[in-house]
Design a protein. Structure first.
Length: 408
């Protein structure tokens, strides 16, 4: 069974974060392999820059730093994307389709462009906690299959195309919807309108409103707010009404509890007392009523000063990764629960605690009836039965279809 990464991002309505990056169709397990036919070996193709795995690791480190810095804005996502970006057993798996495509010869990689990208990353400042737009220098790989060609993954298709499946293998590279093209419902908008600042508005892909643009009929970009007086998009300010734990109040403001709801306010400082009315600043979290710095993977932790990212434990004063599902464990796991010495998920239908973080007890979701079952052929997904894969059709909807990669 394989979890489509579009679904991972949908958990946090965040498909736009990874602008220009491929993503794997595999679920984050420890026992999956890169597979693919014999072809160019990305472990050898350093050329004038880093190897492909080295670039992915470096880029994942930037995403990890992004999640840690933006912790106050993403509490509603339960740290799920932070876990995927920061954990070494999961972040490379997220880009497995890129590695597979490269080995099949359907994805090309330019080490020199990757070198330029990493140079740009080293001097980058985190401004928006919604968009991570690094521009053209951070597109070192691209698909080679032309319009109408057979494909197994989105990343194999040339830019501006995606791999469209219709209950059979292989898929075909088709045009991504562009501005003005028809699209599906808002729930599928991030998939159907592709990447970029587009949304599904009145049945068509339209650009979201930028600063000073009208917002009476068109939503603003996700890091802006529609001024109720002028009906123009603007940046957030102190006192604006916000939604707790989403991505409101960008820059240095946070969403705080007030007597009449939630409003944007200045955060308290690291080491200060914290609660819903006094949220912590960026790159920190509230632990035991005190704001503590979130150390990076491998960073110093403990002593009531710094805590570790999700999926890590403070061992010998350093943040070390916990095992993931399928790996041996002692007591804690990054994904799954430690049962009989192995990290594992509860089976579908098993009782679970509603409200638990994703990938803690259930591999899918926890419902009042227990862990949700895997979807069957032709059903909407996020996670499909063995031998099936969660794929997107031309309307942007996700269905369980035959797993092309396993039937090749």
């Amino acid at each position: 069974m394989r979890l489509h990464p579009s679904t991972w991002k949908r958990y946090a309505t965040l498909a736009l974060l990874v602008i220009g990056c491929g993503a794997s169709h595999g679920r984050p397990d420890a026992d999956s392999s890169d597979g693919g036919d014999a072809g160019p070996d990305p472990t050898l193709d350093g050329g004038a820059g880093p190897t492909l795995p080295a670039f992915i690791e470096a880029y994942a480190s930037v995403l990890c730093d992004h999640w840690l810095d933006c912790e106050p804005y993403w509490r509603f996502a339960d740290g799920y994307l932070q876990l995927i970006a920061c954990h070494p057993s999961l972040n490379l798996e997220f880009y497995r389709d890129v590695l597979d495509g490269y080995r099949r010869g359907t994805v090309r990689y330019d080490p020199a462009v990757a070198e330029d990208c990493l140079a740009a990353l080293s001097s980058r400042l985190i401004e928006s906690c919604v968009y991570l737009d690094l521009g053209a220098p951070c597109l070192p790989y691209a698909g080679t299959i032309e319009l109408g060609g057979a494909c197994l993954e989105d990343v194999e298709c040339e830019p501006a195309l995606w791999c469209d499946f219709d209950m059979e293998c292989p898929g075909r590279c088709v045009m991504r919807p562009r501005e003005g093209d028809g699209c599906s419902t808002a729930f599928e908008a991030l998939a159907s309108c592709g990447t970029g600042l587009l949304d599904c508005i009145v049945g068509a892909c339209r650009p979201l409103g930028d600063v000073s643009e009208p917002c009476a009929d068109v939503p603003c970009q996700f890091d802006l707010v529609c001024d109720p007086g002028t009906l123009l998009c603007r940046r957030w300010t102190v006192g604006d009404t916000c939604r707790e734990g989403i991505f409101d109040c960008q820059s240095d403001l946070v969403c705080a509890s007030a007597t009449d709801g939630w409003v944007c306010s200045e955060p308290v400082g690291i080491g200060d007392r914290c609660d819903d009315a006094s949220p912590c600043p960026r790159h920190s979290t509230c632990v035991g009523g005190q704001c503590q710095y979130i150390a990076p993977p491998g960073g110093l932790c403990g002593l009531g000063v710094a805590v570790c990212p999700l999926g890590f434990a403070c061992t010998d004063a350093a943040c070390r990764p916990l095992p993931v599902a399928g790996q041996p464990c002692v007591d804690e796991c990054a994904t799954g629960e430690c049962t009989d010495g192995t990290c594992s998920f509860r089976p579908p239908g098993a009782s679970c605690d509603v409200g638990q973080r994703l990938l803690t007890q259930c591999e899918v979701f926890c419902t009042p009836e227990g862990c949700a079952r895997f979807s069957s052929l032709g059903e909407l997904c996020p996670i499909c039965e063995d031998g099936l894969s969660c794929r997107r059709d031309s309307a942007g909807r996700l269905f369980c279809v035959p797993d092309c990669a396993s039937t090749r």
